[in-house]
Design a binder for this molecule. Structure first.
Ligand code: AMP
Length: 490
């Protein structure tokens, strides 16, 4: 078996690896580090959880140990699709360079330009950035990319999903032709293939088996669920989620609940808290400091359950997540693989439980086709909801807190409206960052795409809307949860 000491890494890098306690390189590391150290281009087909971050950071810093950065001219560039992923790469960078004198800057939305400009002005060895923010700096004339010797593209398939490929192509064009490129993607969609054919030169190709298709360390289940009545389905589904969490008992140390829509992220999180579960929401509309604070609390165990959207949790690297719950079947089968890959990391066991409603069956079939196996069905621990039972439950748990009259159409986005109207602690606080990040826009698009067919965006006054507003509590009329379209609101 390959050892880190066989890989020609700088002694100071080896010392840092020893401190972290890794025993041996993972397959992507053993495959990518030698060609990367030789200055070759690398095409790594691997997803998060395989150790791919170290597979590019370790050779990069070994090679960068020689030479110095000049003002405004970073020597290397790491492009990541999301702020969270960029922040994690930066953390990895700090860990592995602890015995070295290399400098870095992190260019991500939600952090002030001023601070980042000051670092770039001094000169940095490694610039870690999301594509949009990098181009913003470039356009303001603050950054010169002609000294970039190594460029890393991390999670290229995510970049594609998020519409960043034109930005990536532009950035490639701004860096010298002679640069080394280390390119990572979990999948090779035709568009990704095209980019690698255009911008990589005779790359060493290292392909690591997909975690979810090969990784038998994640126990997967699905519960088929149908609400007793259309206007009860949402609260019954949350009740089912609680039952599934309870059924895991002590085994559940920490978990992520994925929802397809960010409106649901807020609703599910609030509902769990109401029932005494410690949960916090994370999605692209929350500002960066809130997202960081939530992630930090989740990492250090203060928060047990994170309720997340795909975009916000992308690349989230917490080594020991015991459970993933899919509150919805994801709209893209690929996302299932990414979601469940948050658990069962670094060889640990993990469990992934998904709820599937009748309207999700097509997406569910796509998931099973992608992973090429049947996901074992789990009985609904509450039994299939019946109308009578749910009426009884409704009387017990959904006593109206106050009488509610329909409000005038306001300028507030739907999620915020929910917070205000249900009197949460966040009421009135605008959770959007001043400059809505691209990932937030992507989520908004996703929210719209995910609307059940035939429903108008606003949906007001339609006969299939909730007409009976019983009260607040755990029940939420569906019109409140509809996505808000700023363009129409003016
Ligand atoms: P990544 O794929 O880069 O997101 O890494 C997934 C996880 O594996 C992270 O928690 C790393 O700290 C961990 N890891 C990376 N390299 C190794 C290694 N050689 N041995 C054990 N764990 C590792």
């Amino acid at each position: 078996m390959t050892k880190f000491t066989d890989l020609n890494l700088a002694p100071k890098v080896l010392k840092a690896i020893e401190d972290v306690g890794y025993e041996s390189p993972t397959p992507i590391q053993a495959g990518a580090i030698p060609p990367a150290l030789e200055g070759k281009d690398v095409l790594g087909i691997a997803q998060t959880g395989t150790g791919k971050t170290a597979s590019f950071v370790l050779p990069m810093i070994t090679n960068l140990a020689r030479g110095r950065a000049r003002a405004r001219m970073p020597r290397s560039l790491v492009l990541c699709p999301t702020r969270e992923l960029a922040a994690q790469v930066a953390e990895n960078f700090d860990t592995y360079t602890k015995y070295m004198k290399l400098t870095k800057a992190l260019l991500i939305g939600g952090v002030s330009f001023k601070e980042q400009d000051a670092l770039i002005d001094k000169g940095v060895d490694v610039l870690i950035a999301t594509p949009g923010r990098l181009l913003d700096h470039f356009e303001r004339g603050k950054l010169i990319l002609s000294d970039v010797k190594v460029m890393v593209v991390d999670e290229a398939d995510r970049m594609l999903d998020m519409g960043f490929i034109p930005d990536i192509e532009r950035i490639f064009g701004l860096t010298p032709f002679t640069r080394q490129t280390l390119f990572f993607s979990a999948t090779m969609a035709p568009e990704i293939e095209r980019i690698t054919n255009t911008f990589l030169s005779a790359p060493a190709r290292i392909e690591i088996a997909r975690q979810a298709t090969s990784g038998e360390n994640i126990e997967q289940h699905v519960v088929m669920f149908k609400g007793s009545r259309r206007d009860r389905a949402a609260s019954e589904k949350r009740q089912l989620l609680r039952a599934l969490i309870d059924a895991e008992g002590e085994k559940l140390k920490n978990g992520i609940i994925f929802c397809n829509r960010k409106t649901d992220v807020d609703i599910v999180s609030k509902s769990l808290n109401k029932y005494g579960y410690q949960a916090s929401p994370i999605h692209g509309d929350l500002d960066q400091s809130q997202r960081n604070a939530t992630l930090e609390k989740f990492r250090n165990g203060e928060i047990k359950i994170l309720v997340a959207s795909d975009v916000a949790a992308r690349g989230l690297d917490v080594a020991s997540i015991t459970h993933v719950f899919n509150f919805d079947v994801p709209g893209h089968a690929e996302d299932y693989v990414h979601r469940i890959g948050r658990t069962g990391r670094a060889g640990r066991d993990g469990k992934a439980i998904m709820i599937c409603e009748p309207r999700d069956e097509k997406n569910f079939a796509d998931v099973e086709a992608l992973i090429a196996k049947e996901i074992p069905r789990l009985e609904n621990p509450l039994g299939q909801p019946s109308e009578e039972a749910s009426e009884a439950e409704a009387v017990k748990s959904e006593k109206p807190k106050r009488t509610r009259t329909r409000k005038r159409k306001s300028d507030k986005p739907a999620e915020e409206k929910t917070a205000v109207e249900s009197g949460s602690a966040d009421a009135g606080q605008d959770t959007r960052s001043e400059e809505p990040p691209k990932e937030a826009r992507q989520e908004r698009r996703q929210d719209r795409q995910d609307k059940p067919e035939g429903k108008s965006r606003r949906g007001r006054g339609r006969k299939d809307d909730d007409t009976k507003v019983i009260g607040l509590g755990d029940h939420l009329p569906s019109f409140i949860a509809l996505s808000f379209d700023e363009r129409q609101a003016g």
